[in-house]
Design a protein around this ligand. Structure first.
Ligand code: COA
Length: 377
């Protein structure tokens, strides 16, 4: 069987962040609650002109720069913070990337699991159409509302992945483990910008679904894993996942949450930011190592799967860019964060002082249509 998997991968996040120590102070909490209790140090904050589309575009540019985009015959966009009830987010990326008109384009949704659903849909497409490639983008702005318990676990970011035959980075194992069962742990009713979450229930479901999908994966594979990356709504959740599988926190690989700890939650993209964190921050050569990945989407669907790292994968990771995405961000105060929070999705964006992370920005809504503009910084 032909190897199919990740040929390119990159991410983006917003240009602004808050520090969780300052956040703690503003919410009458101690720093340790967030730094240690949730294991979150910083949180990316999107300015009014940054949204799911602009973040996805930045990530997609990172993987398609110097890439032959003529090869891309499928574009799938995974999100749970989409900007239209009908029209896909993917078609905006298709337009701004100038992908060919014979490329198939659509969105996919199942809370944070949607990114993984998109990856396996792309996998099946590539398997059925030898020689063709697919671009998957996962992009989200995680919002729970000011002064809610979920507020500390917001964030934003996007990951873009190119799926192809003979991949340069990692081969995907198609024998996975699944558990699906309806639940009301997290949802976002139509018309709302903020999600509703039952925090305690979502943590319980995350762990019970992990156990079930891991068992199914092992029934199908019976395989030793060298490392595991977890869906990471906040970093403590990944640690809890590790403890649920191994019974203790020994050998929990903090490299796998290095970027998540500084960005916060990115819903669909969070698992793949964890994978990028592991690959970029681990000193040992991971060539031929097997990495397990746990994907969980509230509501709820989970999938446990694995990839085998290719020899030479490091040559295809732009680690300088990954570091720049994090280090070049601008620190804003809690007051500034609260001010720009309320501007999200407003019809008319008056304040364009804040920039997006890339070169596409949202300008506002005109005649019920969202307007985007490419610009040079
Ligand atoms: N020092 C160290 N740890 C501290 C602390 C301190 N001073 N104060 C609190 N903590 C710990 C708590 O013990 C707890 O850790 P534990 O769960 O391991 O026991 C953690 O910090 C959080 O404290 P808690 O009181 O539960 O916080 P909270 O009521 O503010 O809510 C969440 C935390 C995560 C439940 C809330 O932010 C939320 O609902 N987030 C969204 C959840 C989500 O993303 N769900 C989707 C899952 S897929």
């Amino acid at each position: 069987m032909q190897d199919i998997g990740i040929n390119r991968i990159s991410f983006s996040t917003s240009r602004y962040f808050i520090d969780m120590a300052e956040f703690a102070l503003s919410r009458n909490q101690v720093k340790a609650k967030y730094y240690d209790g949730l294991m979150q140090e910083k949180m990316s904050i999107p300015p009014p002109c940054e949204d799911t589309i602009t973040l996805a575009f930045s990530a997609a540019v990172n993987v398609t720069d110097k890439y032959d985009i003529e090869k891309i015959d499928l574009l799938i966009f995974a999100t749970e913070s989409g900007i239209d009830e009908s029209k896909s987010c993917a078609i905006y990326i298709h337009k701004f990337l100038n992908l060919k008109s014979t490329c198939k384009v659509f969105d996919i949704k199942q809370a944070c699991y949607a990114g993984t659903a998109a990856i396996f849909t792309a996998y099946a497409f590539v398997r059925a159409n030898p020689g063709r490639q697919a671009l998957v983008v996962m992009s989200d702005v995680a919002r729970y509302g000011l002064h809610t318990p979920g507020e500390a676990t917001q964030g934003c970011g996007a990951v873009a992945v190119i799926i192809s035959e003979n991949p340069s980075i990692a081969v995907i194992n198609p024998k996975t483990g699944i558990h699906s069962e309806e639940s009301m742990d997290f949802w976002r009713p139509v018309g709302r910008n903020e999600a509703i979450v039952n925090g305690a229930m979502s943590a319980k479901k995350y762990l019970s679904f992990l156990k079930r999908s891991y068992e199914d994966f092992q029934k199908n594979n019976g395989m030793e894993l060298d490392h595991i990356c977890f869906h990471t709504p906040f970093c403590k959740m990944a640690l809890k996942g590790h403890i649920a599988l191994y019974g203790n926190r020994d050998n929990f690989n903090v490299n796998s949450i290095a970027y998540n700890r500084l960005i916060g939650n990115c819903y669909t993209a969070s698992l793949y930011i964890s994978l990028i964190s592991l690959l970029s921050n681990t000193k040992e050569d991971l060539s031929r190592r097997i990495i397990g990945l746990y994907s969980y989407g509230s509501g709820s669907v989970s999938e446990f799967f694995s990839v085998r790292m290719q020899a030479g994968y490091m040559d295809f990771l732009n680690i300088d860019l990954f570091k720049k995405n994090i280090e070049d961000r601008i620190h804003i105060s809690i007051k500034e964060y609260e001010n720009i929070y309320d501007s999200y999705c407003l019809d008319d964006i008056k304040n364009l002082d804040y920039l997006t992370s890339g070169e596409l920005r949202f300008l506002g809504v005109s005649d019920d249509m969202r307007v985007y503009e490419k610009y040079k910084r």
